[in-house]
Design a protein around this ligand. Structure first.
Ligand code: TEU
Length: 565
């Protein structure tokens, strides 16, 4: 397994709704993706991950699926999809789908049938429970337990027709599927095989570590928020490894060259070793969240600045923990995260330098890097004003709960949503300097970031010093330098609050990566600087190499040397 193809691969995530609109309805679509494949092939990425394109009421932008085996007309048709898949394959890129099976849409026929009566054969496909003992169903506090949903409000919705509640960890239009029921599992497996038979190359599995629940669904811990935290009953639940191994056997066994990545909020290193140990046949890699929660304080509505030593401790732990078994995925951005250059970099005067530095520091770790659309041109957060500017169900739901139920000041909540809200990632991809950034000829569903005349793909492709060409270089380095893929990782300067430094070593090749996470010069106090005297400077994001190991603002350097024993 050491030679698994995805170890030297880079994945690019497409959020189809915001990528490119081919028909002027303001919404991105599959033909829009086809039109821009050369931008992606030019970047050198190996795999495309498509966020959900299935029929959906779009309550959570497609993460609420009402038919797992079709394409939403918003995005096109199955034949557009086949064309996209063939066009990606022709360019040597694989394509993986988003698998959203912790929950379906409430408009999925399975759920519609499940609602139809207490004795429906599909009743047990979801989590139905009566009201809390002695409480009047449908009244406040009568929910079967105290859990809150991720998007605000209770995790239970009352169904007056059958007199019971159903569980939804996300919106009430996303009822949780009951994985205890073997019929649910085999229906999911069958659907997955159908996509693989069609030619897709794997899956990114949405909140897959939530699928096994403690069936008693006990009350969660009371935290001071409006609802309890039930996560102990569903994060990495009792049967999760069994379910993933069964999925492997039923769906993936005997098929070559696939990629599976489980999105796992709250996963620990110890659990990830189990999930990604090839001998256990579960998933190839997981998305952990520690490094994107590093700037989250105890109060969710108070912004906390990142401490670089925390970030280094997190990555150091993951690199060490998955060194001998399993594999890391590496990401700064996706459709749920704010833009990294605005978050951990400087999106003002040093936008280009800091975007490049962040890219280098991430990509040179051991693991498979993921690039989210727009990251490769250094796209920034959007200047949101009031709550009316947001579209994301999470932002709207959390705002309502925090302001109306918990008494937080609206301005405090807005400050956090502006900095961290998911809509920052979802504004249209900036293609060129024409209206709406060249995303649509119509009215975009979310406005383009006003910085598009300066920050756009056409301009970046023409400029050899752009973030785009830097990312292209990082991807090429991964493809050509085995030490990037397989080298051992050693963190340096763990106590430095400004510089991020580490080495990678494979046989006689050693790489040194240093990134300055600040706008002032800083000197790297390397343990053995003389060893690097004659090293080759492979990449440098500023005009000058460091003199006497002093890095300029947001500078990043990658050195390579041959180690003589
Ligand atoms: O996200 C899972 C998840 O935990 C998110 O709720 C995330 O922690 C949060 O949004 C950060 O602000 C996945 C999808 O990526 C997300 O888009 C979906 O909304 C969610 O699952 C439900 O399917």
């Amino acid at each position: 397994m050491t030679d698994a193809w995805w170890k030297s691969a880079v994945v690019y995530q497409i959020y189809p709704r915001s990528f490119a609109d081919s028909d002027g309805d303001g919404m991105g679509d599959l033909r829009g993706v086809i039109q821009h494949l050369d931008h992606l092939a030019g970047l050198g990425v190996d795999v495309l991950w498509l966020s959900p394109i299935y029929p959906s009421p779009q309550d959570d932008n497609g993460y609420d699926i009402s038919d797992y085996q079709d394409v939403d007309p918003l995005f096109g048709s199955l034949s557009d999809f086949d064309e996209l898949l063939a066009a990606a394959h022709e360019r040597g890129m694989k394509l993986i789908m988003d698998l959203v099976v912790n929950h379906s849409s409430d408009e999925h026929p399975w759920f519609v049938e499940s609602c139809s009566s207490l004795s429906s054969p599909k009743r047990d496909w979801y989590w139905w429970r009566p009201a809390r003992d002695g409480m009047e169903p449908g009244t406040p506090g009568a929910e079967p337990n105290n859990w809150g949903s991720v998007f605000g409000g209770p995790a239970w919705e009352w169904d007056p027709a059958t007199g019971e509640y159903y569980l939804h960890l996300f919106s009430r239009k996303q009822p949780d599927l009951n994985w205890e029921n073997p019929a649910v599992r085999s229906a999911v497996h069958e659907m997955m095989r159908w996509w693989l038979d069609r030619g897709v190359d794997g899956f990114r599995m949405d909140v897959i570590n939530f699928i096994s629940k403690v069936p008693g669904l006990p009350d969660g811990t009371v935290t001071g928020a409006a609802y309890g935290d039930g996560s102990a009953s569903f994060l990495n639940g009792p049967r999760i490894h069994e379910f993933l191994h069964e999925m492997y056997e039923q769906v993936f066994a005997g098929r070559d060259a696939l990629l599976t990545v489980g999105e796992m909020p709250g996963v620990t290193v110890e659990q990830a070793r189990l999930y990604t140990d090839p001998a256990r046949e579960e998933v190839d890699m997981v998305f952990q969240f520690d490094h994107v929660w590093a700037d989250r304080g105890p109060d969710p509505w108070v912004l906390q600045r990142l401490k670089l030593t925390d970030l280094k401790a997190i990555f150091g732990r993951w690199q060490a923990g998955l060194a001998d078994v399993g594999w890391n995925s590496l990401y700064w951005n996706n459709h749920d995260q704010p833009r990294v250059v605005s978050r951990y970099g400087d999106d003002g005067d040093f936008r280009v330098e800091s975007a490049k530095m962040l890219g280098a520091v991430l990509h040179l770790h051991r693991g498979t890097p993921y690039v989210y659309q727009g990251e490769e041109i250094g796209m920034t957060n959007y200047p949101f004003g009031g709550i009316g500017d947001f579209r994301d169900i999470e932002a709207l739901g959390q705002y309502a709960q925090a302001v109306e139920k918990e008494g937080h000041a609206p301005e405090d909540v807005l400050t956090v949503l502006r900095a961290r809200g998911r809509d920052n990632a979802r504004t249209p991809m900036q293609w060129d300097d024409s209206p709406h950034a060249g995303f649509t000829t119509g009215t975009p569903w979310l406005p383009a970031n006003p910085r598009y005349p300066e920050i756009n793909a056409a301009r970046a492709r023409k400029d050899p010093d752009s973030v785009y060409h830097w990312y292209r270089g990082l991807i090429e380095l991964r493809h050509t330098e085995p030490a990037v893929v397989h080298g051992d990782f050693t963190m340096l300067l763990p106590h430095d609050e400004q510089l991020y430094a580490y080495t990678r070593r494979l046989d006689s090749t050693e790489l040194l990566v240093i990134g300055n996470f600040g706008g002032t010069p800083a000197r790297a106090e390397l343990p053995d600087p003389a060893a690097w005297d004659r090293a080759e400077l492979v990449m440098n994001n500023t005009a000058q190499p460091p003199a006497d190991w002093v890095l300029g603002p947001w500078q990043a350097v990658i050195y390579r040397r041959t180690v003589t024993p």
